[in-house]
Ligand binder design. Structure first.
Ligand code: PAF
Length: 279
């Protein structure tokens, strides 16, 4: 496995690489990322994993500085998982003019759900992923369903901008408690970790109610929000949406996703659960 930090070297490697599956990450890798690498290996001759903590997707007061940078441990894990290349550029390599001058502007979905409290976040994600796609030139790219809105934005971006890249969604990896694996779980105290599965439990409770036939989505959202707030969380949103479009779910929809973001202590966690009523 090679670790490459410049765009020029990556481009030189790419010329002789055959088909490439790409896993973009911000590092601090866990089993969720490894699942992306294992999936990637099924789809191409070579697997490239990027590790880049992208400043332009973090807002003021968010955790850009604090975000864990663990390249050495990440490299060991990726070597074991059978990745071929780590692309780990510096901020200067990715943004040589300091500020990015051209952006990929996602449609209004970028301002909903996580976008309501993270203005500019999805623009930063879409822009860096486009830059990484232009550098790595992958045939396929794997993204986790845990970041469901990100996956939706990027899937639509690839279609709308006619990028010849297949996006492969990969199921969320969970701890035995049900907590979705995330690099940000490392911010949780031992006590918060004990409590953290409550978010997923609320999603499961809503899913069970929907499967039982309830369609009063507003009430389900409000009840789960109140329950989590009562348990000491600060709920950002819990919303029931159409799985494919992320538009508000209608009572006749068959493919639904319940999405949530909530703050526990000082850590903002996100999660989601798909419900398919057609089978
Ligand atoms: O999901 C992430 O880790 C990041 O948003 C991504 C896709 C690597 C872009 O920086």
């Amino acid at each position: 496995m090679q670790i490459i930090s410049t765009i020029a070297q990556l481009r030189a490697w790419r010329k002789q690489a055959g088909t490439v599956a790409f896993v973009p990450t911000m590092g601090n890798l866990h089993a969720g990322h490894m699942a992306l690498v294992h999936e990637a290996k099924k789809h191409a001759d070579k697997v490239v994993v990027s590790i880049f903590v992208n400043p332009i997707q973090f807002g003021q007061g968010e955790d850009f500085e604090q975000y864990p940078r663990t390249l050495e441990q990440d490299a060991e894990k990726l070597q074991q998982a059978g990745a071929d290349v780590i692309f780990a550029p510096s901020v200067q390599e990715m943004y040589p003019h300091g500020a990015q001058q051209y952006f990929v502007e996602p449609p209004p979905l970028q301002n909903e759900l996580c976008g309501r409290t993270r203005p500019g976040h999805f623009r930063g994600v879409a822009t860096v992923v486009t830059k990484l796609f232009n550098i790595v030139q992958p045939n396929v790219a794997c993204f986790g369903k845990k970041d469901y809105q990100q996956l939706a934005v990027l899937t639509a971006m690839v279609q709308d901008l006619n990028m010849d890249i297949r996006i492969i969604p990969v199921a969320t990896e969970r701890a035995s408690s049900g907590l979705a694996l995330s690099s940000r779980n490392g911010y949780l105290s031992a006590e918060e970790l004990q409590q953290s599965a409550q978010l997923y439990q609320q999603l499961q409770a809503i899913a069970a109610d929907i499967i039982q036939g309830r369609r009063d989505f507003d009430v389900l959202e409000q009840t789960a929000t109140a329950a989590l707030n009562q348990l000491g969380w600060r709920v950002d949103y819990i919303e029931i949406r159409q799985a494919n479009t992320l538009q508000k779910a209608q009572c006749t929809d068959q493919e639904i996703v319940i999405l949530a973001a909530a703050v526990l202590g000082r850590t903002r966690l996100i999660d989601n659960l798909e419900v398919n009523l057609s089978h």
